[in-house]
Every structure is written in C-alpha cells, then in structure tokens.
Design a protein around this ligand. Structure first.
Ligand SMILES: NC(=O)c1ccc[n+]([C@@H]2O[C@H](COP(=O)([O-])OP(=O)(O)OC[C@H]3O[C@@H](n4cnc5c(N)ncnc54)[C@H](OP(=O)(O)O)[C@@H]3O)[C@@H](O)[C@H]2O)c1
Length: 261
C-alpha cells in the first residue's frame, strides 16, 4: 500500500486526470482492475476496492505504485452502507475528497426462470444496484461544489435481453435507468453520470462462469462485427475519457463498448 504523492505535469494531456481522486469498486481483477490501472496511468490517485480478493487488489496497487502512481487497496462490500462509508473515509484520508467514482463491482450468474431464487435475486440486486446507489450517494457527498464524474458499468445485456439471464439483465436495466435519472438530478451540481455497457469481455469472472472457450463465446463473437471477444483494456480508456474534462459536456449517456454487437 502506498499513498506517496508524485509530481505530475498538469499540462501533459496524457496526465489529464492529474490531481483527481478516484474510487473504483470491484477493482481486484477483470475490468475494474484495468480501469484502476488506466486512471492511475493518466494521473489519478486511485482507491482499489475489493470484496474478498485482497491479493488481487494489492497486485493492482503494486502495478500502479511501481510505475510511479498513487493507489491504496480498501476492502469493502459495496452492498453494505457501513463498508461504503469506510471506503470513502479511507479514500479522503489517503488522497483528499473523491472526484471520480467507477461503479464497476458486479456479479453475474445466468439461469432460467426455474433457477431463480430469492438469494440469487438479492445477491445480484444488492451488489449491482444497491451497491451502485450507495457508492454514488457517498461520492456525491464528497464531490462538493466542484462537481465530479460517476461512471456506471452496465452491460449490453440490458438491451440484448438474452434468454436465461433475467435477474442479471434486470439489474443492468436498472443501471441504465439510474444513470439517466441521476444525470438529471445531479447535472445542476456539475456531476456527470454516464454508463459504459460492455459486450463480452474475458475476465476472471467470465472464465469462472464458463463463458469462455465454448459455444457461448463463439455465439457472442458471431454477433460482434469486430470479430472477437473483448478485453479489459478495450473498456478502460473509455472510462478514463468519461472521467476526464474531455467529456465535460457528456452526461446521461449509455456508451456501448462491444465491438459493434
Ligand atoms: N466481463 C464481461 O463480459 C462483462 C460484460 C458486461 C458487463 N460486465 C460488468 O463489468 C463489471 C466487472 O465484470 P468482470 O467480468 O470484470 O467481473 P469479475 O472478473 O468477476 O470481477 C468482479 C469484481 O467485482 C468485485 N465484487 C463483487 N462483488 C462485490 C461486492 N459486493 N463489493 C465489492 N466488490 C465486489 C470482485 O471483488 P473480489 O474479487 O475481491 O471478490 C471483483 O473485483 C460487472 O459489473 C459486470 O456486470 C462484464
């Protein structure tokens, strides 16, 4: 863990997030880890949140600090308001008030209507929807008068509505709706709220869910004009753009990053 301050050239366009503080939820692996690395590469001080994978989060912090960036790992379940409070307190103590929130933490387990259970419903909605709202609430309280940027990670699933994914698809439909609603509510305070909706991306999560190297992946690639599955580094630069002042006139947008799917 490190919170050392490094000199950044504010005029260098590759350092467009210099002086900014970012919280990335679910950043111990996958898409969140790559977004954390990218925001730090562009100059932000980054809180790498994780739920259970401490060594993954510490690895991301080490990737950032060994290349001269600032990051700390902070454990916390986004679905618990006490944990959210602690994450943002630790962020402020380490780096100052937060300017950027990436709501990336998410779970996905597909299943037919016969497989719907109360516990799977709650696990998905608690993490993917309640967690996102609680983190947004905490971020907004720190943004203050200078505004901020919230980037929600949705999914192409909200519009594709694939068979056998009703709970997950419902959570990501809620994310789309929250992005649009909060953009209107928070725009007057110069807080921008946008979503990135990825297509299929190879991550520890999609590998664990057995979505890679089989008919599911082949089917996804078949629907993708650019002809391949996504990588976390296809998503991260879009998050950095939305976090930056280059996106200052963009809010309430749902940006599909999916190879054209
Ligand atoms: N991969 C895809 O194809 C794809 C496509 C569209 C959208 N997405 C969305 O992109 C996001 C990331 O997906 P991914 O594939 O990178 O996932 P992943 O590889 O499974 O990683 C998930 C991350 O979320 C964290 N997490 C899970 N529950 C949490 C909780 N309650 N509190 C805090 N952190 C929590 C995990 O932390 P620990 O490891 O510490 O438990 C991990 O860092 C999700 O919102 C997902 O729905 C993914």
């Amino acid at each position: 863990m490190s919170n050392r301050t490094i000199e950044r050239n504010q005029n260098d366009p590759s350092q467009r997030l210099s002086g900014k503080v970012a919280v990335v939820t679910g950043a111990s692996k996958g898409i969140g880890a790559e977004i954390a690395r990218r925001l730090a590469m562009e100059g932000a001080s980054v809180v790498v949140n994780y739920a259970g994978d401490r060594s993954g989060a510490e690895g991301v912090v080490s990737d950032i600090t060994t290349t001269g960036g600032n990051a700390i790992a902070v454990q916390g379940n986004v679905a618990k308001s006490d944990d959210i409070e602690r994450i943002f307190l630790q962020a402020a103590n380490a780096f100052g008030n937060v300017d950027i929130l990436v709501n990336n933490a998410g779970v996905y387990k597909f299943g037919t209507i016969n497989e719907v259970t109360e516990s799977e419903y709650r696990r998905h909605f608690d993490t993917n929807v309640l967690g996102l709202l609680l983190a947004a609430k905490a971020a907004v309280s720190q943004f203050g008068s200078r505004g901020g940027s919230i980037i929600n990670i949705g999914s192409v699933a909200s519009r594709q509505t694939p068979a056998g994914a009703s709970i997950y698809t419902a959570t990501k439909g809620a994310v789309d709706a929250i992005t649009r609603t909060l953009s209107k509510e928070l725009g007057p305070r110069n807080i921008r709220v946008n979503s990135i909706n990825p297509g299929g991306v190879e991550t520890p999560g999609t590998r664990a869910a057995d979505l890679i190297g089989n008919a599911f992946e082949a089917n996804m690639i078949g629907m993708t004009p650019l002809g391949r599955f996504g990588r976390p580094d296809d998503i991260a630069p879009v998050a950095a753009f939305l976090a930056s002042d280059d996106a200052r006139w963009i809010t309430g947008e749902i940006i599909v990053v999916s190879g054209g799917m």
